[in-house]
Design a protein around this ligand. Structure first.
Ligand code: PLP
Length: 414
């Protein structure tokens, strides 16, 4: 392990608030702050949820029927609706008993890791990845082993590394698809190979599909659950990203496992007891889930995808104009991309963290250093922002580059 306690893990929110602080300390900063750091698109007016969802929550709240406790595993009608929603893309039907409702996908991650942790166990996490997994694993004393994603192969999972890193104490491999932070979308063939490798090694797959269906490139989204009869899959998701309502805290933990490996009464009992501790998200939000999943207009999804696609293209094109950053792979999904920093072209920048702090102080642009997601001297850029903010941010990054580049220095001295 690379650090020795849960408290040593840098969280995305932690580092972003430090970046914000450093802008505020610079009192003469006249520029509007642009954040391409956080994955919460609801901050931008071009990313609004659908009125269908708002109406559904409002109706549920005003009905007076949903002020009480729900079963801790979730309201039956919400579980059923999520089972049906996910079954649309699977070769088999999920039942409501496969679905457990969580407080966002974050809590689904916690459930998965809590249920798998046992003394001596280890888990395979993608690198770069989503820091909550590492944080959660450390609280559970679950050893973390990192599997590199390969930037030159569309950020595919290094399956040789999966095989080399796993042993009899490995419990699961985490697959985030569409990917955060890389913006990758895995094709059917790659996912099939992942499933076959997991089967060979006797480990589960935890499929983080919080960005499910947010694929705007040439590769269509395929849920990992399609391979549920090859290997047991735990599918994690939420309304947060596809419906742009991260604050509603409505997620799911689903056993996409047609062969029923999780159907042992002891396992089900353990799930239920753990959910008794968690208590579940607000009942009226759960009550709105059937309407949200069944009645959201296709046009809303199309519009979101179109906006994300255009934003990702702006980033991809503007990055090409700035020599010190390079986009390894054109994003095809999610809301973020990884960009490689070439420090040799910069005169007085020591690493990705230094780059991000100086950029924040000088240009009021916030970008997440790659170190926060496991890749030093890379940057994670969130493109879920409005187009004028993106254009302005890249204008400023370009100025920043010109000011700090080796070349400019020579020219100025000349
Ligand atoms: C945003 C995100 C989550 C957390 O989702 P919430 O529903 O907001 O809790 C989990 N995994 C990944 C990869 C994410 O990007």
């Amino acid at each position: 392990m690379e650090s020795n306690g849960a408290t040593n893990t840098i969280t995305i929110k932690g580092i972003l608030s430090l970046l914000m602080q450093s802008i505020e300390e610079e009192d003469k900063s006249p520029k509007r702050v642009i954040s391409l750091g956080m994955g919460d698109p609801s901050a931008y007016s071009c990313f609004r949820t659908t009125p269908v969802a708002q109406q559904a929550v409002s109706d549920a709240l005003l009905s007076h029927d949903f002020h009480g406790y729900a079963p801790t595993v979730g309201l039956p009608q919400a579980r059923r609706a999520i089972a049906e929603y996910l079954s649309r893309d699977l070769p088999y039907k999920l039942s409501q008993d496969d679905v457990f409702i969580t407080s966002g996908c974050t809590q689904a991650i916690d459930v998965a890791l809590a249920m798998l942790a046992r003394p001596g166990a280890n888990i395979l996490l993608p690198r770069p990845g989503f820091p909550i997994y590492e944080l959660c694993a450390k609280f559970r004393q679950l050893e973390v082993r990192y599997v590199d994603l390969l930037p030159d192969s569309g950020w595919e999972i290094d399956l040789d590394a999966v095989e080399a890193l796993s042993d009899q104490n490995t419990v699961a491999l985490v697959v985030i698809n569409p990917g955060n932070p890389c913006g990758n979308v895995y094709g059917y063939q790659h996912l099939k190979k992942v499933a076959e490798m997991a089967k060979k090694l006797g480990i589960l797959v935890i499929a983080d599909e919080v960005y499910g269906h947010l694929a705007f490139g040439n590769t269509p989204f395929v849920p990992m659950g399609v391979f549920g009869s090859v290997v047991p899959v735990l599918t994690l998701g939420s309304l947060s990203k596809r419906w742009i309502v991260p604050g509603w805290r409505l997620g799911w933990f689903v056993t996409t496992d047609p062969l029923g490996s999780f159907k042992d009464p002891k396992i089900i009992e353990r799930f239920k007891k753990y959910f008794d501790i968690l208590g579940g998200p607000a009942t009226f939000i759960q009550a709105a889930v059937p309407t949200i999943l069944e009645q959201t207009d296709e046009l809303f999804f199309k519009k979101t995808l179109n906006t994300l696609k255009n934003s990702s293209v702006i980033c991809y094109e503007r990055i090409k104009e700035i020599p010190c950053i390079d986009c390894a792979h054109r994003p095809e999904g999610s809301m973020a991309m990884m960009v490689k920093l070439n420090l040799e072209l910069l005169e007085d920048i020591s690493d990705d963290i230094d780059f991000c702090f100086k950029l924040a102080r000088e240009e009021s642009v916030i970008i997440l250093p790659g170190t926060a997601v496991g890749l030093k001297n890379w940057l994670r850029i969130t493109f879920a922002a409005d187009q004028s903010s993106l254009e302005e941010a890249f204008n400023r990054i370009k100025c920043f580059y010109l000011r700090h580049s080796d070349q400019t220095h020579n020219i100025l001295e000349f």
